[in-house]
Write a protein that binds this ligand. Structure first.
Ligand code: SIN
Length: 486
């Protein structure tokens, strides 16, 4: 077992709930390891059902004061939090790389976008407007206002353990809700560090909680509670479906950001260099562990050979290693099991007739998996149907626009999609026909604080970021005022 580097900021080995930093009431904890080295990096409390129930109770009490503050007062706290996240940027990036594995440059970018969500929603909270609707009847006013939904909870993933926390927390808190965050078991330290900074920024006790431990012990208490009025989840479609069922009895509001099977379509008329740049960034960001990264790479026949050859050359040049090492472009996967899964995906693809163009030779017992390109992939192969979540790039050849749009849409998922073409009419036509919540046209960097992130079909519902993101934490109240005739 290797040795993990030490971040400059100490890891907080307590959970944050019921207004304080606490251990589990039964003293249990769980270990967190570094994906790059396998080294033990710390312990966090394994909270019990009783701890979770206490956290909910205190969040409900805190909601009374927090929701009664003006949006401007809440914005002040959020802006201070934003400034502190940026002050601690380097230390936070180190914690992120240590527990998640991604290269430091990517961790810094994730801290920047995490801070950007906080700043954006501090501002959006002040723009929660209502309506006055002309009444069909004299002597009446029809007035629409918006109110925070109440106590909310978020279940966040390990692939973006900082930005997925602030993308949910910032709109919830700006709207006047309180929120209980259950971070992924493998990456709790960055969520705890963000909570420490929120506390330093003046976030009142109980407004924000970070519940560490096992999902099976915490989540059911959250979903069963009639006090918790909203659940926001980012993760797999299978788990999302389970959570939807669990929330049915209390009829909670939900946002579900689930799995993807993103197509990227490169037409003959595309700027090939731009498409290659985009594909490299898209496919290998976070070692392919993103729900918006290219899962199926459709390239038109006229440029296929040239494109595939240039792509393979670029992939062979990628530098792989521990995320804290200079120049590293691809870190480990989240753990050795994930690397084993990649091995199985490639083996199955080869069995089904795909061709290995590069990569595909994993080290045993390691979380590292080489970036891999597969040629000769057809839409019916498992590698083109299932979400890969790793650095495997399947290339598919196509002939015409109608055929490729049908293939791109032939999936239960509908999160992100991408296309490269210089033909403006085609860009509009194809992006219209793609059954996805997001379409990148000659661009892959689609995720930012001003844009509505989210999917359709089995990729979920609800939007995060943008002016739409705060609506997920607001209920509409309609008041009909009568008796106003002179
Ligand atoms: C993801 O949820 O996997 C992607 C997050 C992002 O690109 O913002």
């Amino acid at each position: 077992m290797g040795v993990a580097f030490r971040p400059t900021r100490a890891l907080r080995e307590h959970a944050y709930f019921a207004g304080a930093w606490r251990g589990s009431s039964d003293g249990a904890s769980i270990a967190v390891t570094c994906p790059a080295t396998g080294a033990h990096i710390g312990e966090v409390p394994r909270l019990t059902q009783e701890d979770t129930a206490l956290a909910i109770e205190v969040a409900a009490t805190a909601f009374v004061d927090w929701s009664a503050r003006t949006a401007a007062q809440r914005a002040q706290v959020l802006r201070r939090w934003h400034a502190l996240i940026l002050r601690e940027r380097e230390a936070l990036a180190q914690i992120l790389t240590l527990e998640q594995g991604k290269p430091l440059a990517e961790s810094r970018a994730e801290i920047d976008i995490s801070a950007a969500y906080v700043e954006w929603f501090a501002e959006e909270g002040r723009r929660v407007y209502g309506d006055v609707i002309p009444s069909p009847v004299g002597g009446r006013q029809t007035i629409v206002t918006k109110q925070p939904v109440g106590v909310t909870c978020a279940i966040t993933p390990w692939n973006f353990p900082a930005s997925m926390v602030t993308r949910k927390l910032a709109p919830a808190l700006a709207a006047g809700c309180t929120m209980l965050v259950k971070p992924a078991e493998r990456t709790p330290f960055i969520a705890l560090a963000l909570a420490e900074l929120a506390e330093e920024a003046g976030m009142p006790p109980g407004v924000l909680s970070v519940l560490t431990g096992k999902s099976r012990e915490i989540v059911k208490v959250l979903t069963d509670s009639p006090v918790v009025r909203k659940l926001s989840f980012t993760g797999s479609t299978a788990v999302g479906k389970d959570l939807i069922r669990q929330c049915a009895d209390t009829v909670k509001r939900m946002s579900m950001e689930l799995g993807g099977n993103a197509p990227i379509i490169v037409f003959d008329d595309a700027d090939i260099e731009a498409a290659l740049d985009g594909l490299m960034a898209l496919k290998f960001r976070n070692a392919g562990q993103t729900c918006v990264c290219a899962n199926r790479i459709f390239v038109q026949r006229g440029i296929f050979e040239q494109f595939a050859e240039a792509f393979v050359q670029r992939v062979r040049a990628l530098k792989i290693g521990a995320g804290d090492q200079p120049g590293v472009e691809i870190g480990p996967l989240i753990n050795a099991d994930a690397a084993q899964d990649m091995g199985r995906i490639v083996a199955r693809a080869l069995e089904q007739g795909a061709e290995l163009l590069t990569g595909g030779a994993p080290k045993p017992d390691s979380a590292f998996y080489p970036p891999t390109v597969l040629g000769g992939v057809t839409p019916s192969m498992d590698v083109a149907r299932d979400e890969i979540f790793g650095p495997i790039a399947p290339l598919l050849v196509f002939d015409d626009e109608t055929e490729v749009v049908a293939q791109a849409n032939d999936t239960p998922y509908g999160l992100a999609s991408y296309l490269y073409t210089r033909d403006l009419a085609r860009a509009w036509r194809v992006s219209d026909a793609l059954q996805y919540g997001m379409v990148g046209i000659n661009e892959v960097a689609i995720s930012n604080e001003v844009a509505p992130f989210g999917g359709v079909k089995e990729s979920g519902f609800g939007r995060e970021g943008s002016r739409y993101g705060i609506e997920e934490y607001l209920d509409i109240k309609y008041r009909c005022m009568g008796g106003l005739s002179a």
